[in-house]
Design a binder for this molecule. Structure first.
Ligand code: ADP
Length: 450
């Protein structure tokens, strides 16, 4: 800032020197005239520069910034620097705001900013989807007038910022929301709404699953417990009677064993660390083994045939595919009355490999078909139990097929029979190997056929 003074002081000293010289040479009138002239010039110049400055300050973005030399040049330069700095920070601020706005618009959760009187100051597009709010239309509106549900008003009144309100969306009853209020600034609040429909569904499934497993285990456990008590209370029961009880206990124990086996299989299929094996699977050989398994389960009560229209192999997990197809075969035997026909077939159609099991059994009404692969879903609970079913077989099949990019096609006519097909995509098919040596393991488990 010291530099500011040198130039005007230098000019002043020069002017005074010239005035003194004039005084000495031409007398005081000339010196005073000179000083008056300089004064008038300085005043006029200052007036002009002040005018330019005022004009520029009035509309700095439209009018060119004034330029000058000397002290005024310095002042103009500093002002321009200030203006540039202000411009830069203003554009930085508006960039940051723009980015915030973009981010808030992209956030999948609904965000509503409320002022101290609970009027909407701003909201993002997700608030329309979840709460029916429109940022343009509803800005300045009281949130209480727009969302009048009693539970929501109670939530606002409670002002408990640690609490979350779980409720149905007022605009879409199929969505479950979790609402939260977050205070900020002087008296503002941020209302957040998150879609927790999937979480709720998973939670409900978990609860149902536990209830189902408990229910499935309770019956055989009660039966076995009852027989054990009977046998303990009457140790002298005739041998035939006690053998009957032991056989029943064995049946129920096997039932529990099957249930636990299926539960473990499902849990292994679901766990991420369960490595997926991609090995060659000799389907024609497996089909022969499955036919033998069907015959053993049927014990001569059904006519069983196998149609091998292709010698193609599959790529995938031998054990999983074996278990899935085994479940389809076991179901066909269990749900087909005596004298019925069961046909296993392996064919390649339209580039896809289809292993199908057709039976002339009881069939399934159309409304049940989409739900058959749900855990514990059964059309006829007692028929399933009588035949050793756990209600988990088709859930396992669906899991295995999904892991192989395959699908389960179910066609059925009540009273006539059903066809369950596991359809594998072309990329899972492999040409038959020249010397197949991968032995198909024996049946993993056999359910008792009814
Ligand atoms: P379950 O152990 O009860 O057989 P699954 O998951 O294997 O359980 O099958 C689910 C339900 O689908 C069965 O309870 C049965 O009602 C029906 N189902 C499965 N396969 C057949 C079939 N081949 N014929 C008729 N109904 C079947």
């Amino acid at each position: 800032m010291m530099g500011f003074w040198w130039r005007p002081l230098g000019v002043l000293a020069g002017v005074l020197l010239v005035a003194l010289m004039l005084w000495a040479g031409s007398g005081w009138v000339a010196a005073l005239g000179f000083l008056a002239g300089i004064q008038a010039f300085v005043m006029l110049r200052r007036l002009w520069q002040e005018y330019r400055l005022a004009r520029w300050l009035e509309s700095p973005d439209e009018v060119e910034p004034p330029e000058a030399t000397g002290t005024w040049g310095d002042i103009f330069y500093r002002l321009q620097k200030l203006q540039r700095r202000q411009h830069a920070s203003r554009s930085e601020l508006s960039n940051a705001l723009e980015q915030f706005e973009h981010a808030a618009q992209a956030v999948p959760d609904a965000m509503v900013i409320l002022n101290g009187s609970e009027q909407i100051e701003w909201c993002n597009p997700a608030s329309r989807k979840y709460m029916g709010l429109d940022c343009e239309r509803d800005r300045g509106q009281f949130i209480r007038y727009l969302m009048r549900q009693a539970y929501f008003l109670d939530f606002l009144d409670a002002g408990d910022y640690s609490r979350r309100l779980v409720c149905k969306s007022p605009v879409n009853r199929e969505l479950t929301l979790s609402l939260q209020l977050v205070p900020f600034g002087e008296s503002q609040k941020l209302l957040l709404a998150r879609d927790i429909t999937d979480l709720e569904r998973v939670d409900a499934m978990r609860r149902d699953f536990i209830a189902n497993v408990s229910h499935e285990l309770r019956t055989p456990l009660t039966v076995v417990g009852g027989f054990v008590e009977t046998l303990a209370d009457a140790p002298d029961l005739p041998a035939a009677e006690s053998r009957h009880y032991f056989n029943l206990m064995l049946d129920h124990t096997r039932r529990m064993q099957h249930l636990l086996d299926d539960l473990l299989t499902l849990s292994r299929l679901e766990s991420d660390d369960h490595a997926f094996k991609d090995e060659p699977v000799n389907v024609p050989e497996m089909a022969q083994a499955l036919k033998a398994e069907a015959e053993s389960l049927s014990r001569g009560r059904h006519r069983i045939s196998l149609r091998l229209d292709s010698d193609a192999w599959l790529k995938g997990s031998l054990q999983e595919i074996r278990s899935a197809l085994g479940n389809l075969v076991s179901n066909a035997v269990r749900y087909t009355p005596e004298g019925g026909e069961i046909t296993l077939a392996w064919q390649v159609r339209g580039g896809e490999g289809a292993f199908s099991v057709t039976d002339t059994g009881e069939g399934i009404a159309a409304e049940h078909i989409p739900r058959l692969t749900e855990r514990f879903y059964r059309v006829d609970r007692s028929r399933s139990r009588e035949t050793g079913g756990t209600g988990l077989g088709l859930a396992i099949v669906k899991h295995v097929l999904t892991r192989h990019g395959a699908r389960l096609d179910i066609r059925s006519t009540p009273g006539k029979g059903s066809t369950f097909s596991a359809v594998f995509p072309a990329q899972r098919l492999e040409a038959a190997a020249v010397a197949p040596d991968a032995a198909t393991p024996l049946p993993e488990r056999s359910r008792a056929a009814g």
